[in-house]
Design a protein around this ligand. Structure first.
Ligand code: DAH
Length: 339
């Protein structure tokens, strides 16, 4: 076919398609036009493509270029018509555009999980006290989860039944890895990287092979805090925790320390909050053990500091008066929607 003829076939194809698609008033008319022009077997575009094969070799580039332009234009005209037709379905004459008596469609807006909301709030409160947020991995080595935290090999906290040790495929040698059992790991990771002073919190998941019940779950969240500087004392620890507690639960919250033991703090305390009529244990704390400072290369003679680790779910449950931690992780929308 001479190039000129081919081009004029294309021209009439394009104007015909534009007109047909442009004037289609409903889905049926549009579908008929689609089959005529864009039908896969013998639509006019397909036919024109066959004609391309009959054009002389030296005219092929020009013919092919024009064919592609027309094809794109025809497809675009179809898509535009499709959008138009589906946006305004055909109405019978006299029918109102929409029925104003129909109830509206309510959009359900997603929201953060109550534990995430708690985490955001804790960051906010601690941020006001000058603590920045640090992060650490959930898969840890024994050095960061135990060793550097002054938890020796024979300590029961390291036993296989108290931790999720990981079997790594193909790995039979080297240090075992585990899902971290505490966010105290982040204390070490931060101190390894920074020189004192340090004032950080870290919020994240921890894992322990506990049977799930009303107050236990094999995964939960902790907020770790660490402050290291010259002359930091237990009084700073208590002030910070009190300010935290009153900011989170209100001015009438009391806090108390009970002596306790953690390998990474000396002295160690258990911190309780009273809100209303009962005391609730909200976490462990203490003055960072000199062995821990030495493990990260800090001079224990020059620097001291405090650390604390609080259960996030517990704070969240206390705030919302929740009874069962499992409700937080069952993903029942009816429950989660309330927050
Ligand atoms: N890591 C402890 C736990 O999971 C909590 C804790 C206690 C963290 C004392 C601390 C601390 O930073 O000083 O039970």
């Amino acid at each position: 076919m001479p190039l000129q003829d081919f081009i004029s076939t294309l021209d009439s194809l394009q104007s015909g398609a534009t007109k047909a698609f442009g004037s289609a008033q409903d889905a049926d008319a549009l579908e008929a036009a689609r089959i005529e022009f864009l039908g896969a077997k013998s639509g006019r575009v397909k036919e024109a493509q066959k004609g391309l094969g009959t054009v002389a070799k030296e005219d092929k580039p020009a013919a092919g270029k024009r064919f592609n332009e027309v094809k794109v234009a025809v497809e675009a005209a179809f898509e535009a018509a499709q959008a138009r037709v589906s946006a305004s379905p055909a109405k019978k004459p006299g029918e109102p555009l929409f029925d104003p008596t129909l109830p509206g469609k309510k959009f359900r807006i997603g929201k953060l999980h109550p534990v995430s909301q708690t985490i955001e709030e804790l960051k906010e409160i601690m941020g006001r006290l000058g603590f920045t947020v640090a992060d650490g991995p959930e898969i840890e080595d024994e050095y960061h989860n135990f060793e550097a935290l002054n938890i020796p090999l024979e300590h029961p906290a390291r036993s296989a039944s108290d931790n999720f040790y990981l079997a790594v495929a193909g790995k039979t040698t080297g240090e075992p890895l585990l899902l971290r059992s505490q966010t105290s790991t982040v204390q070490i990771r931060v101190m390894e990287k920074t020189k004192p002073p340090v004032r950080i919190i870290s919020l994240g998941r921890v894992y322990r092979p506990d049977e799930a019940d009303m107050t236990h779950y094999p995964m939960f969240h902790q907020m770790e805090g660490l402050m290291i500087d010259r002359h930091v004392t237990m009084a700073h620890l208590k002030s910070v925790l009190r300010m935290f507690a009153t900011s989170y639960l209100g001015q009438d919250v009391h806090i108390r320390f009970r002596p306790s033991f953690f390998p990474f703090t000396e002295p160690s305390v258990e911190a309780d909050m009273r809100w209303g009529d009962r005391w609730m244990e909200f976490g462990g704390a203490g003055m960072v053990d000199p062995n821990v400072l030495a493990a990260v290369g800090y001079d224990p003679e020059e620097f001291s500091g405090f650390a604390f680790g609080l259960g996030v779910e517990r704070l969240c449950m206390r705030r919302h008066d929740l009874k069962d931690i499992r409700d937080l992780y069952t993903n029942d929308v009816r429950f989660l929607q309330q927050f």
